[in-house]
Structures are given as structure tokens and as C-alpha cells.
Design a protein around this ligand. Structure first.
Ligand code: COA
Length: 336
């Protein structure tokens, strides 16, 4: 277990989903698919779609709720980290757009791109500012408007994704025994060819041709990604348990990235965890990329199921490939 001089802890957690629902039956009218296929292959029933606005419009209401919950003003935030692959624009950073929207005037900040592992990467990066003693209040937001890069004529991908935001506040832990206790992070660029968005960057800037070739949408070789994700997420979850001498009985919650129910079940099996100890909301929101994990934390905490001193393993796998796991002993007092 790592022993930094100061421990970082989550002291507030919130989320936001837009109102508009895109159900499996809606998708049946758009592409050649059916509710049964989607539910059995992925676990998804519906997702939320933000009709107007960008990722900062998902992040802002989540952060507003978080500030209210913690009872602090916007000027008290020191650092803003927005984890996203769908920034409002390439630049300025969405973190700066969020700063202006919420008047987080004493903060500096930046965006972090690590796809579906974005929030875990952000959590680990954000924790460094607390552990080093340089900052006291670090906002880590996972937000993605996946509908902005989804091709709604491609049945392989359009059934998977949704729009949402989740946010946490990191502060020095009041008790050294709770907070972010350990992490294991990986990336492997050889996975890049299986999940990417080809257009819009410096390699393939937008042209009529890139639009015609659909380079501005997500491309995924689902089968290839599935095979690696199922092993990667299970392995890294088992690794963090071993490093911290945890058995399945010691873990209260697995908080997995919500990409596919079958990947999550395999991960729980490997950890010797009953599915009743797994946070699951993929049925209602689909894969919201960087938002899935903080959304689970927020929903489970608000409903009173996530309690102080519980042991959590957060685990994710995404494009890059990027993947990792974080071990947390939950610090917040019970919501109910
Ligand atoms: N509706 C109906 N049929 C569909 C379909 C849909 N929406 N999408 C694909 N199919 C078809 C395929 O065309 C294929 O047909 P074929 O055998 O005639 O070619 C068949 O269903 C099986 O497709 P396959 O790709 O093997 O399905 P799968 O069981 O692998 O499930 C995913 C597809 C995308 C759900 C799954 O591969 C997956 O979840 N991949 C990983 C996602 C992930 O973790 N990403 C990383 C983080 S974002």
C-alpha cells in the first residue's frame, strides 16, 4: 500500500444526466437492431442524450450540485480537471469554459484525455495535488457528450453510448486510514487501431473528405476490444486486491466502468464478488465514457447504499488502450 504524507479523499460527489431518453425501441427505428440483442449483448436498455449544448453543459450542473453539497463557494476550488474525449472545442480547455460558467475564479485547470479510463486517470492525477500538499480542493469531473461523435447509422456503436457527467471533490483526508489508498494504471498504444476517432485532429484535420468518410465518428472493432477489455479489467482488479491483501469478502463494492455487462460480470467473477456488490447503472445510461464511475459513486452514495469506511475497487478499461484500478476506503459520512 502507498503511504503518501497526506491522503486524498473524496469529500463530495455528484452527477448530472440530461432529460432526453434514447431507448432500445427508439434505436430499433433507426438501425437494424432489436431490444433483445442489445440487452443480452450489452446490458443496456436506454441512454440519455443532450440535445443542445456541449460537454461543459453536462459538467456545470454536476459541479453546481457538488458545491452545494459540500457547502463551499466557487472561489474555493484550487484545480479543475475535466476528463473527456468530447471537449466543447479543441481549445480552450473545457476546464476553462467550466471555470467561466461557474466562476471558479481562484482555480487553474486543464482537460485530460484517457477515454473510458479518463476518470480514473483524473482521480490519480488529482490526488497528486493533494498528496504533495500543494493544493487543498481539486475538482475531478468525468463528462462526455458521446452523442456528438456517434454515428447513428452504425448499429455496432450507436447502441452503446450516452451523455452524462459525474464529479468529485478531492481534499486532504481527515483520517489517514480513509481515502485513495492505492492505484494501478496502465496504457498500451498497440491497442489504438481498435478503438479511435480518426478525424478532426492534426493528422486528419476536417475536410469534406473526412466528413464523407465518417472519420469524425467513433470507430470500434467491438470483438477485438471486448477480448482485451475482459482480461484487462479483471487482471487489474485482481492485481490491486493482491497488492492490498484484499479478498472478495473485504471488498464492499466494485465500481466498474460501464461498457458492457458481460465484461463487468467477468471482472466480478475474477474478484470472487457476488453481483450484488457491483455498482451497475449501464441499463439506464449506457456507456458514458469518463462519466460512468463518478455517476455510480454519486447514485450509490445518494441512495444511502455507499457508506463510510466501505472498501471500493474502481476499475476501468478504454481506448488507447488505457486501463487501471483504484482502491478507496470511502470517507464521506452516510447520506442516509
Ligand atoms: N443489433 C443487432 N445485431 C448486431 C448489432 C446490433 N446493434 N451490432 C452488431 N450486430 C451483429 C454483428 O453484425 C454480428 O453479426 P454477424 O455475426 O452476422 O457478423 C453479430 O451481431 C455479433 O457481433 P459481435 O461484434 O460479435 O457482437 P459482440 O457479442 O462482440 O457484441 C459489442 C458487440 C460491441 C457489444 C461488444 O463487442 C463489446 O462490448 N465490445 C467492447 C466494448 C468496450 O468495452 N469498449 C471499451 C471501452 S469503451
Amino acid at each position: 500500500m502507498r503511504k503518501p504524507p497526506i491522503r486524498a479523499a473524496i469529500t463530495a460527489v455528484s452527477h448530472y444526466v440530461p432529460d432526453d431518453v434514447l431507448s432500445n425501441s427508439d434505436l430499433e427505428k433507426m438501425v437494424d437492431t432489436n431490444d433483445e440483442w442489445i440487452r443480452t449483448r450489452t446490458g443496456i436498455t436506454e441512454r440519455r442524450i443532450l440535445k443542445n449544448g456541449g460537454t461543459s453543459d453536462l459538467a456545470a450542473p454536476a459541479v453546481r450540485k457538488l458545491l452545494d453539497q459540500r457547502g463551499i463557494g466557487p472561489d474555493e476550488i484550487d484545480v479543475i480537471l475535466v476528463c473527456t474525449v468530447t471537449p466543447d472545442m479543441f481549445f480552450p480547455p473545457t476546464a476553462c469554459i467550466l471555470q467561466e460558467k461557474l466562476k471558479l475564479k481562484n482555480a487553474w485547470g486543464f482537460d485530460l484525455s484517457a477515454a473510458c479510463s479518463g476518470f480514473l486517470y483524473g482521480l490519480v492525477v488529482g490526488a497528486q495535488f493533494i498528496e504533495s500538499g500543494t493544493h487543498k480542493k481539486v475538482l475531478v469531473v468525468g463528462a462526455d457528450k458521446m452523442s456528438s461523435i456517434t454515428d447513428y447509422t452504425d448499429r455496432n456503436t450507436c447502441i452503446l453510448f450516452g451523455d452524462a457527467a459525474g464529479a468529485v471533490l478531492l481534499e486532504p483526508s481527515a483520517e489517514y486510514e480513509t481515502g485513495l489508498l492505492d492505484h494501478v494504471m496502465y496504457c498500451d498504444g498497440s491497442g489504438g487501431e481498435f478503438l479511435y476517432m480518426k478525424g478532426g485532429g492534426s493528422l486528419n484535420p476536417a475536410t469534406h473528405e473526412t466528413v464523407d468518410k465518417k472519420y469524425h465518428y467513433i470507430f470500434q472493432d467491438g470483438k477485438a476490444v471486448f477480448k482485451v477489455a475482459v482480461v484487462g479489467m479483471a487482471d487489474v482488479s485482481a492485481e490491486i486486491m493482491e497488492r492490498n491483501n484484499l479478498t472478495g469478502d473485504d471488498v464492499d463494492w466494485l465500481v466498474p466502468h460501464q461498457a458492457n455487462l458481460r465484461i463487468i460480470s467477468a471482472c466480478a467473477d475474477r474478484m470472487n464478488l457476488d453481483m450484488s456488490k457491483v455498482m451497475l447503472n449501464i441499463d439506464r445510461y449506457g456507456n458514458t465514457t469518463a462519466a460512468t464511475i463518478p455517476m455510480c459513486l454519486s447514485e450509490w452514495w445518494l441512495s444511502g447504499q455507499l457508506k463510510k469506511d466501505q472498501n471500493l475497487v474502481l476499475s476501468a478499461f478504454g481506448a488507447g488502450y488505457t486501463w487501471g484500478a483504484v482502491y478507496i476506503k470511502w470517507s464521506m459520512n452516510n447520506a442516509k
